[in-house]
Design a binder for this molecule. Structure first.
Ligand SMILES: Nc1nc2c(c(=O)[nH]1)N(C=O)[C@@H](CNc1ccc(C(=O)N[C@@H](CCC(=O)O)C(=O)O)cc1)CN2
Ligand SMILES: Nc1nc2c(ncn2[C@@H]2O[C@H](COP(=O)(O)OP(=O)(O)OP(=O)(O)O)[C@@H](O)[C@H]2O)c(=O)[nH]1
Ligand SMILES: [Mg+2]
Length: 486
């Protein structure tokens, strides 16, 4: 990508709108736009100071294309660090295209995706992780992902990495200095202090690495699988959670054959609900493919909502107690087996057991049912039980609260740095690996020259995050995922 030319792009979404912004950045930005702009004040754009706004017409020879507002940003005081002009025109696609084509005829080049932000990075306006956060910020759809992106864009994460990198660099220099005095057997780098620093770096790296699990989940939406036998009301629950008729509901068992997913923010956190095909023995080929997929989805989910029909258990338990037979022998033990199966298959998954169709059972039966199910849930860590009605919506709010409880939003609340980017995550893992080697070296009394190699490696991985160490392929990759005009 060339850097010394002047680029132009629409910064607002394509299509009609009230107003559209056309961005021009590069050494010729002001000199190209100036002769095309007739200011109402009669002032020449080229003479205007930075961060000023001007009303006037964009003209192509004699023809007025539009009445616009033009902002002037002078290098290096702009988003990109270059001379920048922004033209706010009326949002007709025709006007937008006319102005952009005029600018291209006068010597601008159409910007590539992310090129404005790439220039901001290359001009030192932000580091690489901050540039990446700009893209995350634009795609953020809820409070959690917005907060994480904002924190990263403002440099919270980079600062932490930068600090560690500097301290490590200072030690590396001291150790390398010792090498110059090899004959004299001096020790500039205090080994005890160095050990402490390495320990501290390890702790920070581990904390950041651990935060990725939370960050990744918060960024992409927490996957919640809704599973259970056919007809228990899974699709009804999905619709109730989403507040829309997303999935087909019917009294026929086996209605949902393929998984259905949709997102919804609860308390500022994005959740991705996955309605699945009811689990049962079946000879139907299509249905059994759907059931296979259900198990796949359970394995990918962060939380499993296991739905059952409360009615089935209520009827049985009252008739059973009347006849004096232990409920153990009936549906409840069947249920226990069912839950046990899921527990064995996915021992780590938080499980929410939900008795649905609460509206159909009698008040009197509710208590014994809740007690019974709670005793099943109690045996298991991370398992909870709720009675609700997907149809009437009673208890659905409680379910939402429970789901939020499952998410460890503590890290977010405490304003801790959360790693959301897999590139950063990989660099952190590699850095930790090198730091561990340095620690081993210290323990074994490894010579300075060998230790210096591992330290340099660790520094390299820190530099990858902030972009001190980079290459064209990597930059191309990162910025290609931006939108044009950003
Ligand atoms: N019209 C418009 N709105 C926008 C942007 C933009 O580029 N144009 N932004 C783009 O993403 C965001 C705001 N970010 C910006 C960041 C820096 C500068 C800027 O001019 N910085 C100079 C001057 C700072 C100062 O006045 O102290 C600088 O950094 O030197 C402008 C916008 C969101 N809204
Ligand atoms: N009374 C009552 N009926 C419900 C409730 N939830 C679901 N139903 C009914 O139960 C039937 C099955 O609901 P679905 O949501 O299609 O069940 P499902 O679990 O998705 O079924 P499959 O897709 O076949 O696995 C429908 O007739 C629903 O109207 C509830 O809370 N109360
Ligand atoms: Mg269904």
């Amino acid at each position: 990508m060339k850097m010394n030319d002047t680029i132009v792009a629409l910064a607002t979404p394509s299509g009609a709108g009230a107003i559209a912004i056309i961005r021009v950045s590069g050494p010729e930005a002001i000199s190209i736009v100036s002769p095309l702009f007739n200011a109402k004040s009669g002032k020449l754009l080229e003479k205007q100071p930075t961060h000023t706004l001007h009303l006037g017409n964009i003209i192509d020879s004699e023809r007025v294309i539009d009445e616009v507002l033009v902002s002037v940003f002078r290098a290096p005081k702009s988003y990109t660090g270059e001379e920048t002009i922004e033209i706010s025109c009326h949002g007709s696609p025709y006007i937008q295209q006319e102005i952009i084509q005029l600018l291209v005829r006068k010597g601008c080049r159409s910007a590539e995706a992310g090129e404005f932000t790439l220039r901001a990075f290359l001009n030192g306006k932000m580091d690489l992780s901050q540039a990446e956060a700009v893209a995350d910020l634009i795609s953020s759809e809820n409070q959690a992902s917005h907060q994480m992106a904002m924190q990263q864009m403002r440099g919270g994460f980079s600062n932490e990495i930068q600090r560690l990198r500097q301290e490590l660099l200072d030690f590396a220099s001291l150790i390398e200095l010792e090498l110059d005095f090899a004959e004299e057997d001096v020790e500039f780098a205090n080994r005890e202090e160095f050990k402490k620093l390495i320990q501290r770096i390890q702790n920070v790296l581990k904390k950041l690495i651990d935060s990725f699990a939370t960050g990744n989940v918060l960024k992409n939406g927490i996957p919640v699988a809704i599973v259970g036998e056919p007809n228990v009301g899974k699709s009804t629950l999905l619709n109730s959670l989403l507040n829309e008729e997303r999935a087909i509901v019917s009294e026929i068992a086996g209605t949902t054959r393929d998984t259905i997913e949709d997102e919804m923010a609860i308390g500022g956190v994005g959740f991705r609900f996955i309605d699945t095909a009811g689990i049962r023995e079946t000879k139907d080929v299509v249905e059994s493919i759907g059931i296979k997929k259900t198990f796949e989805k359970i394995s990918q989910a962060q939380v499993v909502v296991f739905l059952l029909n409360a009615e089935k258990f209520e009827v049985r338990s009252s008739s059973l107690s009347a006849s004096g037979i232990s409920p153990e022998g009936g549906e409840l033990s069947e249920l226990k087996t069912e839950i046990e199966k899921i527990r064995n298959k996915f021992p780590q998954k938080p499980l929410l057991i939900i008795a649905n169709k609460a509206d159909k059972i009698e008040e009197a039966g509710k208590e014994s049912l809740i007690a019974e199910l709670n005793s099943i849930a109690q045996n298991r860590e991370k398992a909870h039980f709720l009675l609700l009605s997907a149809k009437t919506g009673a208890g659905v709010e409680e379910l939402k609260d429970k789901l939020l409880d499952f998410v460890n939003t503590g890290a977010l609340r405490n304003n801790n740095t959360i790693v959301t980017n897999s590139r950063h995550y990989n660099a952190l893992l590699s850095a930790l690996e090198e730091i561990n080697k340095v620690q081993e070296g210290l323990k074994m009394g490894l010579s300075g020259d060998l230790m210096a190699i591992d330290i340099r490696q660790a520094l390299h991985h820190f530099g990858e995050i902030t972009g001190e160490i980079t290459n064209d392929d990597l930059l191309g990759n990162i910025f290609a995922n931006f939108c044009i005009g950003k």
